[in-house]
Each structure stands twice: as C-alpha cells, then as structure tokens.
Ligand binder design. Sequence first.
Ligand code: SAM
Length: 218
Amino acid sequence: MDEEKIYEEKRRRMVERLVAELNLSQKVAKAMLKVPRHLFVPFPYRKEAYIDTPLPIGSGQTISAPHMVAIMCELLKLEKGMKVLEVGTGRGYHAAVVAEIVGEMGMVVSVERVPELAEEARKILEELGYRNVMVVVGDGSEGYEPEAPYDRIYVTAAAPDIPKPLIEQLKIGGRIVIPVGYDMQYLYVVEKQEDGIRKDIWGAVRFVPLVGKYGFQD
Ligand code: SAM
C-alpha cells in the first residue's frame, strides 16, 4: 500500500473512533475524513498525525487534538454558507475542517499572530485547494474588523475573558466558542442575542494562551 493510502486508512479509523466516542454528526465526521491532517503536521511528527493528540508545530505552538477540533465544530453549529472567524490559525488544520463544512459559498477568515505559522498555513491550504480560507497575520484578540460581521467565531488559544471586539464583530444569533482561563480553563459557548449575550460552559480544556491586547501579555 502506498503511503497516502496508509494515512487515509489511519484517518478513517481515527474518525470512526471519534464518531463512536463523541457521537459526531455526519457533517463534522465527513469533513474530518476529508482533511489530510498529516499534511498540516511538521514532517518529523507526520506518522503521529492520526493519534488523537496535540502535536508541536514550531514557535512553541501546537496543532489541536482531533477530538477538540471535532467538539468545537459541533458546538459552533456550523452550516453551509456561513462566514466564520478563527483566532489562532496555527498551520491551518482546524480552518480546513471548518472550510469543508461551510463549503464554497462560505468563508473562513483566520488570524494568526506568528507570521511564520501564518505563512506555512497559507502554503498548505493553497496546495490543498482551499480557496475559501483567508489567513491574516495579526492580533486576533481584536478580531478582524474588515470582514465583520461573522456568523460564528472560535478561538483556539485560551483568553483571560471573552474579548469585547469578538462580541461586537458577531452577528445577532451568532455563536462564539472560546477557551477561557489560565491554569484552569473552560470552554465557553457564547450566544449573542438582541438583549446581550448568553454564556454556557462546555467543560474543562487545555489550550496555549491567547497573547494580545485582549489576551494575556507576551
Ligand atoms: N487552529 C490550530 C489547529 O488547526 O490545530 C491550533 C492553533 S494553536 C492551539 C493556537 C494558535 O493561536 C497558535 O498558533 C498561536 O500562535 C495563536 N495565537 C495566540 N494568540 C493569538 C492572537 N492574539 N491572535 C492570533 N493568533 C494567536
């Protein structure tokens, strides 16, 4: 069997396990089956790409564990055609999964503060043909005003609190999924309504810190 077929088979088994453990929806499972995580992982870790674990991607950062990507996608309640803001691109894996779900009529705007990671993500996403993902270098704790408002926003690094600009850049009826906290972190699901926001806590999580104006200090 050639190497790509081996990775495809490993990916199929990983998604099968996630479906069983997390009761994943068809649309999230289908997207995760499609995105070749091994191509988003730096070469030395490629063989571990289908183990359900975070892995180093350089600059002291990580690619999130597949189960976390799956859970966040479910909590976001993504639909085709949505415009989504991701804060913390890393090497672009999670953005690719979301791009599969929102489809060609949808769009993912992803902000990364480390220019080298943003560049790698752009290259990988372009090679794989993701035309509906736009990678921007900047402080995503301030959101990305030029493309606002967004149907959904998710943050892949833990913030001290929900950054105000993210709430402002979210449409009414929209959702934010964001880890909040430092030592003890919880994944918040935030809904924006006409009269304010409603917060729910999904559970305890572990993420790298969000560094920026509405994040932690560098
Ligand atoms: N989305 C990635 C994936 O596909 O697995 C995971 C990214 S990693 C867990 C979190 C990322 O957030 C890191 O690449 C880090 O550089 C980035 N980050 C931290 N603070 C940020 C900020 N203020 N704005 C944008 N990116 C930030």
